[in-house]
Design a protein around this ligand. Structure first.
Ligand code: MG
Length: 156
């Protein structure tokens, strides 16, 4: 078994669609990024790469590249899955936490779980998604940005 952790944060950007776990979320703002800014997928992708002993997401999907401009993060996660399969590894479980003062994420959690499980081609009960606020403290609390953590276990 191998364990991995991933973390990501993005600044908010008004007028951009918000996408979390490849699910469109009703919000006045999206996330500023070279890609679509799906902070939860980026944290999860880094956790999986970490568990596989691979480089970080910025190495495989550089924000200087035209190919990754406005990239659908679903494709990032799919390519990360291909990389671990190539390394002879299998995703056993992942637990993700989104940190957002707003919007309220509770109505979307189950849909995000299903979406991530679908992209990663695993059963729904192998992906967990949670959301929390930071009680109005720090950059997420001031609604300057959103962040996400993820941990995962891969088996050989
Ligand atoms: Mg990111």
């Amino acid at each position: 078994m191998r364990i991995g952790h991933g973390y990501d944060a993005h600044r908010i950007e008004f007028g951009k669609p918000l996408v979390i776990g490849a699910v469109p979320i009703k919000s006045d703002f999206g996330l500023k990024a070279h890609s679509d800014g799906d902070v939860l997928i980026h944290a999860l992708a880094d956790a999986i790469l970490g568990a596989a002993g691979l480089r970080d997401i910025g190495y495989y999907f550089p924000d200087s590249s035209d190919e990754t401009f406005n990239m659908d993060s679903k494709l990032i996660l799919k390519r990360v899955l291909e990389l671990i399969i190539k390394s002879g590894l299998k995703l056993e479980y992942a637990d993700c936490t989104l940190i957002a003062q707003m919007p309220k994420m509770a109505p979307y959690i189950e849909e995000i779980r299903k979406s991530l499980a679908d992209i990663l081609n695993v059963d729904y009960d192998r992906i967990n998604v949670k959301a929390t606020t930071e009680e109005k403290m720090g950059f997420t609390g001031r609604i300057e940005g959103l962040s996400a953590h993820a941990v995962c276990i891969l088996s050989e």
